[in-house]
Design a protein around this ligand. Sequence first.
Ligand code: ACO
Length: 311
Amino acid sequence: EEAALLAAFDAAVAADERIEPRDWMPDAYRFSLIRQIAQHAHSEIIGMQPEANWITRAPSLRRKAILMAKVQDEAGHGLYLYSAAETLSAGRDELLDKLHTGRQKYSSIFNYPTVTWADVGAIGWLVDGAAITNQVPLCRCSYGPYARAMIRVCKEESFHQRQGYELLLALSRGTEAQHTMAQDAVDRWWWPSLMMFGPPDDESAHSAQSMRWKIKRHSNDDLRQRFVDICVPQAEALGLTLPDPDLKWNEQREHWDFGVIDWREFHEVLKGNGPCNEQRLAQRRAAHEEGAWVREAAAAHAAKQRAARQD
Ligand code: ACO
């Protein structure tokens, strides 16, 4: 019987149909989705921290309102994703516990500090730009709830990307000090943004299987190349330089060649040794503990409502 179920699953994936929560699926497919969706959800909520750092110091009311909306969007993305994971029988408490005890990852990018206001622009342009490049193909992921969550996330991410680009453009065209601040932010965020796409294809443990299952549609290196190709003309329009002397148009490949990524740095950040790993996790744990009374109150309220309905 298992063989028949597997054959039906394989046929659905081959036909580009969506796998839904009540459909039979191989355990390994379920676990790999939980792994990826959980890491993605954790990235969204940890990702609130570096930018929230600038809310109180935004240079104008307009910039503050935009930044607050953006950081709230990231919380919303986390909620869609935890809900998607719940459809695979992974409870939110369990996933958060794994995050807080270092048993599940979140994106390397959020372990870097936001030292100037221009970093908010660089995050919007580069980090959210990389996120969109990676997530647009996930709208066609074989698992229905994840794919549908990605549609809305991508729409919101493209607003985030534009606000970052517009912010950097204003700084780049501003005073000399503002231009220098914008360039410095791009210098610091460029290489970590390229690392967001994950290890090179020949070192990517999950890519081949995830592509067979149509969870992933493109390899890490393909998406990284796509991102570089998008950014080069945008940097030029911004009047800013990407910090890579090896960036060169390759006529034959019809892509931009780029320099070697420091994978040692990537692995150090994954091991917990990035500039802000400790601070990010400590702040997340504290927020969770301080929010316990809200969860308890919501659960008590829901229980009361249930009891009232039964009377
Ligand atoms: N930061 C932290 N961990 C990473 C990163 C990264 N940038 N890239 C890869 N990894 C981890 C993988 O999770 C995996 O670890 P695990 O085996 O413990 O789960 C390991 O490195 C090996 O990588 P791959 O085999 O290439 O993993 P995978 O096939 O899952 O590809 C990728 C990684 C591209 C990040 C994929 O999981 C993905 O597309 N995820 C959804 C998008 C996402 O999570 N975005 C978060 C940042 S964007 C944002 O939230 C604003």
